[in-house]
Design a protein around this ligand. Structure first.
Ligand code: 6SY
Ligand code: ZN
Ligand code: ZN
Length: 241
């Protein structure tokens, strides 16, 4: 599996774009989250939404879904094709009712299904979203009262999206065969809704070696060399795992 970040920044970062990813498998591309900066980030890679074969969403914050209105309109009215949208079942209704409906609803388009092929994901159940690419959602803690999901990819790769520190989960994932972890990282405490660098540094080196840091703020360069055995994920670099 190959992964390339469209952006690696926190919600308010201005240098690194929203923390969204492209996953490549068997000549096809899945997008994991589509934030406000995703359309521009794709453009900078000389890609369009027509290059995307599947979209996956982690939770409803603008840095993860803010680019979906353009995605939907472009697919419907420019490329005239419907992309499979993989969404954890509890997010489907709020994604439409609280985030997308205002812009996308019009006479001939009244539901999310008028724009995407909606495929509900069930927690803990693996789903093949592209040939050779299976994802398994895990509900993780982020904001009280707001469902949010991390993903295990092909049983060996963990993508936190946005989550509070959960050492027990990280230990269990590695014990279960997870080789690589892309984890959100709030550089400065306190970590009210994200995992902080300080918390990740409390993990044993054997775990840190597998962890790559993403969703960081614009001060990231100040932390080079201060992340233990963990490395920063770089925007646009293609990683093969
Ligand atoms: O209860 C809250 C809700 C939100 N926020 C901020 O808004 C941001 C929204 O995107 P994010 O989830 O990447 O990061 C969040 C935080 O930076 C917060 O600090 N406390
Ligand atoms: Zn975020
Ligand atoms: Zn969030």
């Amino acid at each position: 599996m190959n992964i390339q970040m469209l952006g690696t920044g926190s919600a308010f970062a201005k240098r690194y774009y929203n923390n969204n990813a492209l996953l490549f498998s068997d000549g096809q591309t899945a997008m994991l989250d589509c934030g406000i900066t995703a359309p521009m980030a794709l453009h900078q890679l000389s890609k369009t939404f027509n290059d995307i074969h599947a979209l996956v969403i982690s939770h409803i914050h603008a840095d993860h879904v803010g680019g979906m209105e353009e995605f939907a309109f472009q697919m419907k009215f420019v490329y005239k094709r419907s992309v499979p949208l993989f969404v954890p079942a509890p997010l489907i209704e709020p994604l439409w009712e609280t985030t997308l409906k205002g812009g996308l609803m019009q006479e001939e388009c009244q539901t999310l299904d008028d724009y995407f092929e909606v495929r509900p994901l069930l927690e803990g159940q693996s789903c093949e979203i592209l040939p050779g690419l299976a994802i398994r959602p895990i509900r993780t803690k982020h904001i009280a009262g707001k469902p949010s999901y991390s993903y295990v990819v092909n049983d060996t790769f963990f993508y936190s999206a946005d989550m509070k520190f959960d050492a027990e989960l990280l230990h269990a994932l590695v014990a279960g065969g997870c080789q690589v972890i892309f984890h959100d990282c709030q550089l400065k405490p306190p970590g009210a809704v994200h995992t902080t660098l300080e918390q990740l540094l409390s993990l044993p080196p054997v775990l840190q070696e597998r962890i790559w840091l993403m969703h960081y703020d614009d001060t990231m360069p100040d932390y080079e060399g201060k992340t233990g055995a963990m490395r920063f994920v770089e925007q646009h670099r293609v990683y093969s795992f």
